[in-house]
Design a protein around this ligand. Structure first.
Ligand SMILES: NC(=O)c1ccc[n+]([C@@H]2O[C@H](COP(=O)([O-])OP(=O)(O)OC[C@H]3O[C@@H](n4cnc5c(N)ncnc54)[C@H](OP(=O)(O)O)[C@@H]3O)[C@@H](O)[C@H]2O)c1
Length: 151
C-alpha cells in the first residue's frame, strides 16, 4: 500500500459492503456491463462474510481472499437525522471498520485501498430537483460537516 510502482499481476479486487447500494452498483458494472478486465477477480463481501468491526474476522476474510486491491464501502450508513442522533456511533463504528480494513489490507500486501467518504453533499442554496450538474456549484454545502460539527 505504498502507492509506488506498477502492479503487474492479475488484480484481485475485494469490495467490502458489496451487498449495499454502491457495492451492488459496482457488481452490476463488473458483472453485467463487462466492467472487469480479463484476468481480474472481483469479490464482493457483505456483513455475513465478516463483521469488519471485529479485527479477527476482518483479518480472516482478508487472509482468505488476499486481495491486491480493496474498495472499502462497508459502513454504518444513515440519513441525515440518524447521523445527527447517533453521531458518535457513526463516527466510531466507521473509524473501526476503516482502520481494520486498512490494517488487514496492509497485512496481506494489498497495493491499493480506496475508502468511500460518508459525506452527503447538498447545495444549501439551490433549485429543485437537484441533479448531478449541481455538484460543481461553488456554494455546495457539506451537510455532513454540520452533522459532525455537533459531535
Ligand atoms: N448511498 C449514498 O447516497 C451515499 C452517499 C454518500 C456516501 N455514501 C457512502 O458510500 C459507502 C457505501 O454506502 P451504501 O449506500 O452502499 O451503504 P448501504 O447500502 O447501507 O450498504 C452498507 C454496506 O456495508 C455493509 N456493512 C455494514 N456494517 C458492516 C459490518 N459491521 N461489517 C461488514 N459489513 C458491514 C452492509 O452489509 P449487509 O448488507 O450485510 O448489511 C452493506 O453491504 C458508505 O461509506 C456511505 O457512507 C453513500
Amino acid at each position: 500500500m505504498n502507492g509506488q510502482g506498477e502492479h503487474t499481476a492479475p488484480l484481485r479486487v475485494l469490495v467490502t459492503g458489496g451487498s449495499g447500494l454502491v457495492g451492488r452498483a459496482i457488481q452490476h458494472v463488473v458483472r453485467e456491463e463487462g466492467g472487469a478486465k480479463e484476468g481480474e477477480e472481483w469479490i464482493f463481501l457483505s456483513s455475513k462474510d465478516a463483521n469488519l468491526m471485529n479485527m479477527d474476522e476482518t483479518r480472516a476474510v482478508f487472509e482468505k481472499h488476499r486481495p491486491t486491491h480493496v474498495i472499502h464501502l462497508a459502513a454504518m450508513v444513515g440519513g441525515l437525522f440518524k447521523n445527527m442522533k447517533y453521531n458518535l456511533d457513526f463516527w466510531r463504528n466507521n473509524i473501526y471498520m476503516n482502520d481494520n480494513v486498512l490494517q488487514a489490507s496492509n497485512e496481506v500486501g494489498a497495493v491499493k485501498v480506496v475508502s468511500c467518504l460518508s459525506t452527503c453533499i447538498f447545495p444549501d442554496k439551490t433549485t429543485y430537483p437537484i441533479d448531478e450538474t449541481m455538484v460543481k456549484k461553488k456554494y455546495i454545502y457539506m451537510l455532513c460537516w454540520f452533522a459532525c460539527s455537533s459531535l
